[in-house]
Every structure is written in C-alpha cells, then in structure tokens.
Design a binder for this molecule. Structure first.
Ligand SMILES: Nc1nc2c(ncn2[C@@H]2O[C@H](COP(=O)(O)OP(=O)(O)OP(=O)(O)O)[C@@H](O)[C@H]2O)c(=O)[nH]1
Ligand SMILES: [Mg+2]
Length: 333
C-alpha cells in the first residue's frame, strides 16, 4: 500500500512490525473467568493532546509521528496491541478542530469516522488546556451515542492537582465516561491501568489481527510520515501545514538483516507556493539538508539499517484546496 492509496479497512490484515516488536510480557494462562476480548479503540481528542505519543508508548514502537505542533496527524493510523487476554486495535486520529479548509475538514472527518467505527472511544484530554479545540472534541465525543468511553487526562506530569480534579469533575458531568484516568503518555504513568480498562470495555471476541501485527502502515507510508515529521519540527508558520510528502522510490536491500543493509529512498516534499519552496530549500539548501538529515536518522532507527535518502521539493499549487490532490496524497477518500 502506498500513501496515495486508501488505508486498509478494518477487515484487512495489518502489516507486521517493521522492526519486530518486543515480545509481549509473559502473561498468566487464561482462565474461564477471563475470556478473550478484542476490538477497535478510537483515540480522539483535540490537536496536540498527545494521542500519537500515547499510541507509540502503548505499542512500545513509533508508528505515528508526534511533534510539538498541533495538527500533526492527518490519517487514521492503526496500532495493534496483543497479549494473552486481549487484542486492542487502536486508531490514532487527527486532532478535532474547527476549520473551513478542505484538508482540515477531511482530517476531522477521519476522526469522526474512526470513532463511529470503533467499539470504544478513548478521549485524550490535555490536562492543562481548554479552549475551542477542547470544546470541538467534547462535542464529537458527546455525539458517539451509546459507545463506551474511556477518558484520559494526559500530560498529568505537567498538571497540578487542582487542575486535574476540576477537569475530572467537568468531564464526568459532561460525558459520563465508563472510566476516567490520569496518565502521562510521556512517562508511561497510568498506561498499564489504561490497557486493562480498555480491554474490559471491549467485547468478547477473537483477535481480528495476527498476534505479530503492529500497524496498517507500510514502511513506505512510515518513510513519508517521518519526512513530514522532520518538516514539522524544522519549519514554522504556514509551511508545515502546506507540506505533503510522497515517496518516489523505496528500494529495500536484498538482505535487510545484513550488517551493511542499505535502503534507498527518494521522496518529494510538496508545498503550495513558490515562496514556500524557497523556505523549504533554505539558503544554500541548508533547510532541506537539515530535514533530510533528521528524517534519515529516524528512518535508520526504525529500519535498523543505513538509509540513503534523496529529497526533492515541488510546488503543487494549492494542493490542500484541491479534492483531487488531497485524494492523491491519501488525505481524503
Ligand atoms: N509533558 C508531556 N508531554 C506530552 C505528553 N504526551 C504528549 N506530549 C507532547 O505533546 C506534544 C503533542 O503530542 P502528539 O502526540 O503529537 O499530540 P497529538 O494529539 O497526536 O496531536 P495531533 O496529531 O496534532 O492531533 C508533543 O510535543 C509530545 O511530546 C505527556 O504525557 N507529557
Ligand atoms: Mg497525532
């Protein structure tokens, strides 16, 4: 599957871990009192609340890019967590916000659809922040119908007790979640408990994916996302939001396990205007070089091999306003 194509629907087989995930901790054998549970958990919430960081932390592997800037995630990203008693298929989603822009509307629609399709909602709230995005997320969660909901107050490593208590009261009153937990996706606090809570909210069912499945994204998808992450981290103002990345070539080594294994990847960074292209390339090509270096390092980490990464910048005029371009870049169905 490439970034241009539609993401795998629920029933399709997820790809295996790019790097083998760490073996799940040995669990006690199941007892009749503990039936197998499985299903889909949609991670929804305001932009920047920590949804993708949470997914990566739960899986112990980076499958979703996460940056300090809001609206980083644009797709629905599956991450599969399996143990002896449950399989939780997490769907990371774009942050919920209000916007008239076509790209943003498509992103929010993805989050909405993921919540509608899921067995359980997982609402991630930034424990320190409110505002219009919090309200937009609250409205989406309220519209979930009878679907069970776990709400988490994330970034509790940064929040003070009074804030956490007040927010907990507010959320209980507003949405009556089946569970409300304080967590930190960054430190891992509360995540063992969260997994237990989610598993208990899922139906009794066999696992929909093989036990070594990790994500529905291919290495090619991940490569495009890692380049976009570097752009998000290194550029400012409207530039990151005007950027899309496509992979032109992804050549895997014959033996990926060999000590000299080398991946050859070339990607195009699309911007919307000539002025953005100049910024993206930078003086004497400095910006592009830095983006390339950063993306290459994170790809080498992911692939556990050397990577030769070539980047090109192209102006695809006003791509975020064109339904066709959005669909070509995989941002709309
Ligand atoms: N201190 C702290 N920072 C966190 C925590 N969780 C996430 N962050 C940071 O918050 C920022 C946003 O995290 P993301 O995971 O990208 O947030 P997101 O909800 O996926 O954002 P969008 O994709 O834009 O909707 C990043 O800088 C993370 O490192 C946490 O528990 N504690
Ligand atoms: Mg995200």
């Amino acid at each position: 599957m490439s970034v241009d194509q539609k993401k795998a629907p629920k029933a399709q087989k997820a790809t295996k871990a790019p790097n083998r995930p760490k073996a799940p901790k040995p669990a006690k054998p199941p007892t009749p009192a503990q039936p197998y549970r499985s299903g889909f958990a949609a991670i929804v919430g305001a932009p920047n609340s920590g949804k993708s960081t949470l997914l990566n932390r739960l899986l112990g592997q980076k499958v979703a890019i996460a940056t300090a800037k809001p609206q980083t995630t644009r797709h629905r990203i599956l991450g599969v967590l399996t143990d002896k008693f449950c399989q939780i298929v997490f769907c990371d989603t774009p942050g919920v916000h209000r916007s008239d822009k076509l790209l943003n509307a498509a992103m929010v629609a993805r989050a909405q659809a993921a919540l509608a399709d899921a067995d359980v909602g997982l609402w991630v709230v930034d424990a320190r922040r409110r505002g219009p995005e919090h309200q937009a997320a609250l409205e989406m969660v309220l519209g979930r119908g009878v679907k069970p909901l776990a709400a988490v107050l994330n970034k509790c490593d940064l929040a003070v007790r009074e804030e956490l208590d007040a927010l907990a009261v507010e959320i209980r009153e507003a949405v009556a979640p089946q569970a409300l937990l304080e967590i930190s996706a960054k430190t891992g606090q509360g995540l063992v408990e969260l997994k237990k809570v989610l598993a208990a909210l899922l139906p009794e069912a066999p696992p929909p994916y093989p036990e070594d499945a990790l994500t529905d994204q291919t290495l090619r998808d991940l490569a495009a996302e890692f380049v976009r992450e570097a752009v998000f981290e290194l550029t400012r103002e409207e530039v990151p939001y005007s950027t899309a990345v496509t992979i032109d070539e992804f050549l895997e080594p014959d033996d990926p396990e060999a000590s000299d294994a080398l991946y050859r990847i070339s990607a195009t960074i699309h911007v919307e205007k000539e002025t953005q292209k100049k910024v993206m390339i930078g003086r004497k090509g400095e910006m592009l070089k830095n983006v390339g270096r950063r993306a290459r390092l994170s790809l080498e980490d992911l692939l556990e091999a050397r990577v030769f990464l070539s980047l090109f910048v192209r102006t695809t005029k006003d791509w975020s306003k064109s339904r066709r371009d959005l669909s070509d870049f995989g941002y709309a169905d």
